[in-house]
Design a protein around this ligand. Structure first.
Ligand code: ATR
Length: 274
């Protein structure tokens, strides 16, 4: 049977095996998907051993996404801009790297009927998570994409890296004009440490859609802040997790699984565990 796996450290908490086994059952695909713990020192040799044992592909999570990028003999444009790979495809010994986070984010935004074309979008953060979603966001043709980051230079450098017809610029939080955005995406890691980026409330109104790429049972600090300031639609990153996996699955197996049932299942699990 075709073998797949997710590599990470820690890995026990990963939902990827459950997600991919669900996709396999739903689409009638014969495959096994496991979890592999690695260290920085043995990540590359463990991937090589996985290929030798018949592995067809794998997902990569923290802290190995940059190492997976190095390991890849060719990469997608998204992975190149991100400098990070979350999906490896093995064609014999030849290793292709892709990054499905951005396509996963867009699929989740579309699942929630969030319009992007012609809209003003604010992307918070300029680290790996923000870099990973930049190209697919621009492909939706927003009117303007502003990258805002605590360290302004990183936002500016990221904006300069991109060759796009969409207006894009990198700024600091203090530089943001007091005009509401249509969509604000939190790609900073602030929520992971229960922090809130220094945002002013006049950057949103009730129609602004706020999206936090982090998910948890309760509202993230950013989404709670948005709700407290009158925003009607907030979305967290659980759907993005599922959709980026669906994109990986499609790359490997040529069939795109449906995500509705799994969304409900994982949300229920999350709430029960809280
Ligand atoms: P990731 O891979 O999750 O993107 P990263 O590459 O370490 O992690 O990047 C973290 C991002 O979150 C950075 O853009 C960081 O801002 P700085 O570049 O200024 O460090 C941002 N970040 C982290 N904590 C933050 C906070 N409390 N407020 C605003 N931005 C924060």
């Amino acid at each position: 049977m075709d073998q797949y796996a997710v590599f990470g450290n820690p890995i026990a908490q990963s939902k990827s095996p459950v997600i991919h086994q669900h996709f396999a059952e739903q689409t009638g695909q014969q495959l096994e998907y496991g979890a592999q713990l690695a260290e920085i020192s043995d990540f590359k040799s463990k991937v090589a051993a996985f290929i030798q044992s018949g592995g067809k592909g794998c997902n990569i999570t923290a802290p190995f996404k940059e190492l997976a990028f190095e390991l890849s003999q060719s990469v997608s444009e998204e992975a190149r801009i991100a400098g990070a790979v979350n999906t490896l495809i093995f064609k014999g010994d030849y290793i292709v790297g892709d990054n499905t986070d951005g396509r996963g984010l867009i699929a989740d935004l579309k699942f929630h009927n969030v319009p992007m074309q012609g809209k003003r979008i604010l992307l918070m953060g300029a680290g790996g998570a923000a870099r990973g979603v930049l190209l697919p966001l621009l492909a939706e043709n927003p009117q303007k994409l502003i990258i805002v980051n605590r360290t302004v230079e990183k936002a500016q450098q990221l904006a300069e890296l991109i060759d796009s017809p969409v207006k894009i610029c990198g700024v600091g939080y203090a530089d943001l004009a007091d005009k509401p955005f249509d969509l604000i995406i939190n790609a900073s890691s602030a929520s992971l440490s229960d922090q809130l980026p220094p945002l002013k409330a006049n950057l949103l109104n009730k129609d602004t859609i706020c999206y936090d790429m982090v998910y948890r049972a309760a509202n993230t600090p950013f989404n709670q802040w948005a709700i407290d300031n009158g925003v009607e639609t907030t979305i967290d990153g659980l759907g993005m997790l599922i959709e980026q996996a669906a994109v990986s699955f499609e790359i490997w197996r040529g069939i795109r699984p449906k995500t509705s049932a799994l969304r409900q299942l994982l949300r229920d699990q999350l709430l029960r565990a809280a």
